[in-house]
Design a protein around this ligand. Structure first.
Ligand code: GAL
Length: 335
């Protein structure tokens, strides 16, 4: 018995040393909806996020949700909030073992006029790389607690994991900008895609060559229903846009739209999710879609399973998205 205990203690000690030295440690597969941990064993805190693939490394950026959740009084919807915690970054070579890189863009304390003050909203950060300027550019949704500010914020860095320097925020072409994503096309042109006009339209706006400001080229995607949580990808020269309905932190069905050009006509396509749970996007909300390297028909669909009364405890749902007869199909898998 004593021998086994000694062996166990030695093993536990080795694991601990490996973690402290930042070496590879065995991490269980990422079970959807369970707490996911980084290489140090801490819960991954990167919500409403996106991935950047750069020089063989994946960087995961997301909202830091930390602290007590409270309900903003006198709102028309369940406006649950935590202090705006800035943007975190994790890195991985295998999309499975995630190393915490630190806070890529910190929030600001005690300056209520600043976009990044902890009293505000910093959501859905995404990062792309500009080959010409050699800068990493982050766009995000910045807002007031009641969502009346509705602006797109931009930050820049020389290194993928940051730190990022905040440059300010805009209403692109005078248009409201809430839930946002960022897309870089094969021709190096980049676009922001954001919920606008009180979520009645999604808009796509071409960015300047340095990716730091919106141009006047933009399009309004209208549909019968309000949309949020945009995620864009390209397949066989067509563009696909997955969005959610607008029910705050509560899940709802996803839909997709398809277009021949990002600024072109978008056609509504229906619900990409199928099987039990499809009607709530498997209790989650879209945030990003990443092409899987070496698997031309397969994408990674990233979504958030929000815990509205304890936002810090929100979870991640990553599912395979398969293109079948020109349509995206998302099915549940356990991990
Ligand atoms: C969601 C939106 C989230 C967050 C939330 C607040 O629908 O997609 O990013 O803003 O509303 O209620």
């Amino acid at each position: 018995m004593k021998k086994y205990l000694m062996a166990f203690l030695l093993f536990a000690n080795l694991c601990c040393d490996a973690q402290q030295a930042g070496k590879h440690v065995e991490i269980p597969p990422m079970p959807n909806g369970k707490v996911w941990k980084d290489t140090k064993g801490n819960p991954i805190n990167a919500h409403g996020g996106g991935l950047l693939a750069h020089n063989g490394i994946y960087y995961w950026f997301g909202e830091i949700k930390k602290g007590k959740t409270w309900l903003v009084p006198d709102q028309q919807w369940e406006d649950y909030r935590v202090p705006a915690g800035g943007v975190s970054c994790y890195s991985s070579e295998d999309m499975h073992t995630w190393k915490y890189e630190g806070i890529a863009l910190p929030s600001v304390t005690g300056n209520a006029k600043h976009d990044l003050d902890t009293s505000k909203v910093i959501e859905r950060p995404k990062v792309i790389y500009n080959k010409r300027t050699k800068k990493f550019v982050m766009w995000m949704h910045v807002d007031a607690n009641d969502y009346s500010y509705s602006q797109a914020g931009v930050a820049v860095s020389d290194k993928p994991a940051g730190p990022y320097t905040y440059l300010g925020s805009v209403k692109p072409n005078g248009q409201m900008s809430r839930d946002i994503t960022l897309y870089k096309d094969d021709d190096e042109k980049a676009y922001i895609i954001y919920a606008s006009e009180s979520n009645k339209t999604m808009q796509v706006c071409l960015l300047s060559d340095d990716y730091l400001s919106p141009t006047t080229s933009y399009t309004r995607i209208t549909s019968a229903i309000n949309r949020e949580a945009p995620a864009v990808f390209k397949y066989n020269k067509k563009y696909y846009l997955i969005t959610s309905d607008c029910t705050g932190w509560s899940p709802n069905p996803a839909t997709f739209a398809v277009a021949d050009s990002l600024l072109g006509e978008w056609t509504q396509g229906g619900d990409p999710c199928t099987g039990t749970g499809a009607e709530t996007t498997f209790q989650s909300q879209s945030t990003y879609v990443l092409p899987m390297p070496g698997q031309p028909n397969t994408f990674l669909f990233m979504a958030d399973r929000w815990n509205k009364t304890n936002l810090e405890d929100s979870r991640y749902i990553w599912l395979p998205l398969q293109m079948v007869n020109g349509k995206p199909v998302i099915k549940w898998v356990d991990k």
